[in-house]
Design a protein around this ligand. Structure first.
Ligand code: OGA
Ligand code: NI
Length: 337
């Protein structure tokens, strides 16, 4: 398993296969965190400020396509315990990790490096990833790592709590946009991945990248950042840093929310740059429509505006997205009316 960067130690210089051509390098990778990224306090949601908070979520989704959430109800202890387990996983012996190595998109648990296309890509990204399918839990949990013995229990509890959190955010979005509150329940949000990125310290962050600029193709995403900077979002054509706020979640509406809202909500373009001194671990959670679900701009939102996208199944969208090199705008073009 020499290809996993988490198995390397004492890397002094960047291997050539990680050096991007100049136009794909991150440029100024040390940009400061933006103070403008909205921070939503969910504590207010059951009080008199509910309507105002909902409007903040809608506005953040429109203006940034990304926001941070504090007081979200998931305990700090569970967040820390889960993060510690994932860090421990990436630090565990190569032989143990090798049991989970897989390039099968449908595996209940898969560990890989760079992208699922490692064998064929010209340059590799500076990241390892372990992805757990989480829903329904009983179909997948027995394929997850089992060391330490409480790994499965903790990650399962985390996956349940963050799923509840994301469904709450979706319900608030419905409320703010005038959609029926259960619009995003059921098949449209059924599949769930907990996907953990890990980047070891990089000898030269200016030459490589942890994750290329992309939009998330799913319904909605959230990230629990550790304490190391690296996540950047594109705002008005400029990269801005997304500060790792202790205890906060970063929420990113996915491309499906953009389509369902008929283009009213945005999905931020984001990327990950590497750090020369510290390892960075981030826990991502994605809610994803089932393959056969029909996605289209919601009737209730159209008003007098024209429908911008035709209906499609998520399977069709995802196929188009991957065959277009995961470029969101090119993929969306195929569904524009
Ligand atoms: C992702 C992603 C960001 C991060 O997995 O889609 O954007 O900070 N992750 O790891
Ligand atoms: Ni992403």
């Amino acid at each position: 398993m020499d290809i996993l960067i988490s198995n390397w130690s004492g890397v002094q210089s960047l291997p050539e296969t990680y050096i991007f051509p100049p136009e794909r390098r991150p440029g100024d990778h040390k940009i400061p965190s933006s103070k403008d990224i909205p921070i939503i306090d969910l504590e207010t949601i059951n009080g008199p400020e509910r309507a105002q908070t909902i409007q903040q979520i809608i506005k953040a989704s429109q203006d940034f396509g990304l926001f941070q959430v504090i007081n979200h109800g998931v305990s700090r202890e569970l967040m820390d315990q889960t993060m510690a387990l994932f860090k421990r996983f990436f630090a565990s012996p190569a032989e143990f990790k090798a049991r989970f190595y897989s390039n099968d998109l449908n595996a209940s648990c898969r560990l890989y490096t760079s992208t699922l296309n490692y064998e064929n890509e010209e340059v590799h990204y500076w990241r390892d990833n372990i992805t757990h399918r989480c829903h329904p839990l009983e179909d997948h949990i027995n394929h997850w790592p089992d060391d330490p013995p409480y790994y499965r229990k903790v990650v399962a509890e985390y996956s349940i709590e963050v799923r509840k959190f994301l469904l709450t955010i979706l319900e608030l979005i419905c409320d703010g946009m005038g959609l029926e509150s259960r619009y995003f329940e059921g098949e449209i949000s059924k599949n769930q991945l907990v996907s953990v990125n890990h980047h070891i310290p990089c000898p030269d962050p200016s030459l490589t990248i942890g994750m290329q600029a992309h939009c998330d193709p799913n319904l909605i995403s959230m990230l629990q950042q550790g304490d190391v900077c690296g996540l950047q979002a594109l705002k008005d054509g400029q990269w801005v840093g997304v500060e790792p706020l202790p205890g906060a979640f970063v929420v990113i509406p996915g491309l499906q929310l953009r389509v369902i809202s008929n283009g009213k909500l945005a999905s931020a373009v984001h990327r990950v740059v590497t750090d020369s001194k510290e390892s960075r671990t981030t826990i991502g959670t994605f809610l994803i429509p089932s393959n056969d679900v029909l996605i289209r701009p919601a009737d209730g939102l159209l008003g007098s505006s024209d429908m911008l996208y035709r209906g499609y199944t998520y399977k069709e969208f995802f196929g188009t997205f991957t065959s277009n090199n995961c470029e969101a705008e090119t993929a969306l073009e195929c569904f524009k009316l």
